[in-house]
Design a protein around this ligand. Structure first.
Ligand SMILES: CC(C)(COP(=O)(O)OP(=O)(O)OC[C@H]1O[C@@H](n2cnc3c(N)ncnc32)[C@H](O)[C@@H]1OP(=O)(O)O)[C@@H](O)C(=O)NCCC(=O)NCCS
Length: 185
């Protein structure tokens, strides 16, 4: 009997290559500060801050995604207490969840996002009781499309003007862009 996904967002497992995959908690804020130190764009999971997180930013981000709330959780790939990749899980009704991902600039293009998304997907669909996962991808982000493809997701549809660009803080003056929906299974 699969677990109820609303009560099973905590996970901790070994990954190949001596890596560890586990749920992140507010105690991991210093790891997020270190991991975002060279970032020049948004990281996990909102549009702000752009660039490095302060300890307060990191603590707030991880508290907002408190797994004990049963709806949002962040997961990390770690090596020796360094955060090499992060994944956000947003639970929806009917055991469906959206996934987001971010890899620190110096660790990109090493297969971490695709390996982590494959790992998370396998855990969610076979152990944690989810029925399906989906990704929302900016069509101008080939790296994110590559991760979806390599993790075994399939393109579902394109939604015109679905996402805010966050070029302007004021929603009335902001622009919007299309987004691609990729799903698994
Ligand atoms: C998107 C992101 C998570 C990819 O992480 P990553 O660990 O570098 O990804 P992978 O190494 O697993 O790459 C998988 C595939 O994606 C594609 N890809 C990755 N980076 C790419 C780039 N800069 N340009 C074009 N394609 C790219 C490639 O096809 C790659 O496979 P290959 O290296 O075998 O050719 C990372 O670039 C990132 O954090 N970007 C900023 C946040 C973001 O855009 N998140 C996604 C929001 S939807």
């Amino acid at each position: 009997m699969p677990a109820d996904p609303m009560t099973s967002l905590w996970a901790d497992a070994a990954m190949p290559g001596g890596l560890r995959w586990r749920t992140l908690s507010p105690a991991d804020a210093p790891l997020v500060v270190e991991a975002t130190s060279e970032e020049t764009a948004p990281a996990l999971w909102g549009p702000r801050p752009v660039g490095p997180y302060t300890l307060a930013d990191a603590g707030n981000a991880l508290r907002e995604w408190d797994p004990d709330g049963g709806e949002l959780a962040s997961y990390g790939i770690l090596r020796d207490d360094r955060l090499l990749a992060a994944f956000g899980l947003m639970c929806e009704p009917a055991q469906i969840a959206e996934v987001a991902y971010w890899v620190p600039p110096r660790h990109r293009r090493q297969g971490l996002a695709s390996a982590g998304l494959r790992f998370l997907t396998d855990w969610a669909l076979t152990s944690a009781g989810f029925r399906g996962l989906w990704l929302e991808i900016d069509p101008t982000n080939p790296a994110s499309v590559g991760v979806a493809e390599r993790a075994g997701y399939r393109f579902d549809r394109r939604i015109p003007g679905h996402c805010r660009s966050w070029a302007d803080e004021d929603p009335a003056h902001d622009t919007r862009h299309d987004c691609l929906i990729w799903v698994n299974p």
